[in-house]
Design a protein around this ligand. Structure first.
Ligand SMILES: [Mg+2]
Length: 113
């Protein structure tokens, strides 16, 4: 992740794009890219979304790349370690969703008994 962050710093600096990269703009760009990802799944059935042709997977892969780029840019701007944040959140989710209560269920944590 640090390698990607460093490459993005160079890429953005070479183009003098940091001036456009406010946290607000990066969050908005992240959502736009997420919408582009979702567009590939729009109107597909559940089964179709599991059996994508390779041409579609290639386009989806590009959107995943775009999303990660903006996410890492945003995290860098806010001085957040994205992997650390994800691991911290995963641990919180482990506690909110104990296996004994949540296995095989899609209920929200406050709906588990
Ligand atoms: Mg895109």
């Amino acid at each position: 992740m640090d390698t990607l962050r460093d490459a993005l710093r160079v890429f953005n600096s070479e183009r003098d794009w940091q001036k456009f990269h406010s946290p607000k703009n990066l969050a908005m760009a992240l959502m736009v890219e997420t919408a582009e990802l979702m567009e590939h799944f729009q109107w597909l059935t559940q089964d179709e979304s599991r059996q994508l042709p390779s041409s579609k997977k290639e386009k989806i892969s590009e959107e995943i790349g775009d999303i990660l780029i903006y996410l890492v840019n945003l995290a860098d701007k806010l001085d957040v370690d994205p992997l650390g944040a994800a691991m911290t959140k995963l641990e919180k989710n482990r506690q909110k969703y104990p296996v004994s209560k949540s296995k095989g269920k899609s209920l929200k944590y406050d709906e588990l008994d």
